[in-house]
Design a binder for this molecule. Sequence first.
Ligand SMILES: [Mg+2]
Ligand SMILES: [Zn+2]
Length: 504
Amino acid sequence: MVRMIKAAVAAMMTAMPITVMAAPVLDTPASSSSWWKDGRAALDGRIAAVNRPRRAKNVILMIGDGMGISTITAARIFDGQRPVDGRKPGPGEENSLAFERLPHTALVKTYNTDAQVPDSAGTASAMNTGVKTRIGVINFSDDQLASACKTPDKLPRTFAEIAKGQGMAVGVVTTTRITHATPAAVYGHVPSRNWEGADKAFPAADRAAGCADLASQLVGFAPGGGLDVVLGGGRSRFLPMAAGGSRDDGRDLTSEWRSRFPQGQYVSDAKGFRALDSKGRGPVLGLLNADHLNFETDRKSDEEPSLTEMARFAVARLASGAKARGGKGYYLMVEGGRIDHGHHASNPYRALRDAQEFSAAVAVVLASVNLDETLVLVTADHSHVLTIAGYPERGNDILGYIRSARDGEGDGNVSKEGWALDDHGQPMTTLSYANGPFQTRGLSRLLPPTDPNYLANKLHGTGSESHGGEDVALFADGPRSNLVGGVVEQNLIFHIMAEALGWR
Ligand SMILES: [Mg+2]
Ligand SMILES: [Zn+2]
C-alpha cells in the first residue's frame, strides 16, 4: 500500500511542470548570533499575527492624546533613560514602548473637515462614528448644527451605541475629566465640546436649543442599558454647586446614576476604586478627581489610581461579564489624556512621563487579553509641535542640553561644559516647540532643562502650545489588525473596528 502511494506520488511529481524541492535548511555561520535569534523570534511573532482569526470578540482602542511621532520617539528615549519598572537605565534610542512592538502600523491623516490642524473632538468623532467632522464638534456630522439636538435619530451613531445594541459591554477610561472631548466621543453628542456640564461654558441660550450637557448624557446613556465601566475625573460636572460641584441646575448626577443602577458601584477616590472587585458584575462609575486626574509626575498613589491600574481593572471587569452577556464581548476606549496637557504647557517632562505611563497601560492591556479574540489599536488623536533637534550624541539626556556628536564640524561653538551653543552663545536643548507659553504658573524656562518643571524653548510665544498637523501613527494586533497599513484617513479606524466585529 505504502509502495503504491509512493509510486503514485512519484508519477504525479514527474507530471508536474514545476520541480518540487525540499526547503533548504536555514543554517548559516550567523545562526548562533543573538541578532539571528531575535530576528527569527520577531518573524514568528509576525507570522502568529498574520494567522490570527478574522473575527474579534472584543475591541480596545487606546489613544495617547497628542502623542505624535516626535512624542513617541522622545518618550521611547525618556523611558529608556528613566525606566520606572526596574530595568537598568540605557542610552534610550534602542528602547521600545509597549505598542511599538505591535506588528501592524499605519500613518493617519488627522485633519478635521474645516481644520488643517485638528482638535480632540473632531478626531475622536472620526474614530467613534466613522465620519470626519468639524473642529470642536463631538459626534455631529459636519453639516449639523445645534438644532440637530432635537432630532437625535439623525446624528451619527457611535461605535459604543452600536456595540451596546449588539449586546456588548462598553467601557471608557481616561486621565482627564470624563466629559473631556476624547472620552465624551464614546458616549455623547454635542455641537460644542465645551458643554461638559451645566455651567458658564454652556450658556442658557444654547441650553434652550434642546441640547444636553455631556455629564448628563453620560448618566442618561440609554443603548443596551447604559455604560458598563466609566473611570476618569471631572466629578464637579456631576455635582450641584451646593455639594461643591459646578452644576447650576441643582442636579446631582451621581445620585441619579445610583438610583438608575441600584446594582452599580460609584467610587470617588483611590480607596474606593481599589476596593472594587474586578470580577464583579454591574456597572461601575469612578469619578476620581473633581477635575482632571493629576499628571503621573504629580499623582499621589493613595489619592488616585494610575492609568495602568484603571486599564487593568476595566479589561478584567468587562471580560468577567461576558458569560452573562451570552458570550458577547466589549468595546473599551482607554485614553492617556494628559500627554496633550503637558505639551500645551510646553513642559516636556510631564508630557513624556504621561506617555511613559500610557505605554505601561498598553503593556498591561496586551498582557491581559487573548490577541486571537481581541483587536487592540493604539494611536494618537493628533500631534503637537514638539521637535527633536541638533546633533546630540548617542545617549544624551533627552531633556538636557545638547552635547554634540559632531566634532569640530560646522557650528563649532561649544561651552566649557561641552554643550553646543547657538548664535547667541546659549546652550540648546534637544527638545523645543514651535510655539507655546513663555510663562506658566509653577513652571519656568530658567530651571535646568532636566528639571520636571522646566518649560522648553519655543519660537513663538502663545498662551498655549498648539497641536501639530502632521500624521500620527496607528499600531495594531489582534483579529483584522492586518487591515492597518498605509497612509489612511482617521475615520477608517471605526471601519476596521466594525469589520473585526463582523458588522456590515
Ligand atoms: Mg483627550
Ligand atoms: Zn490639546
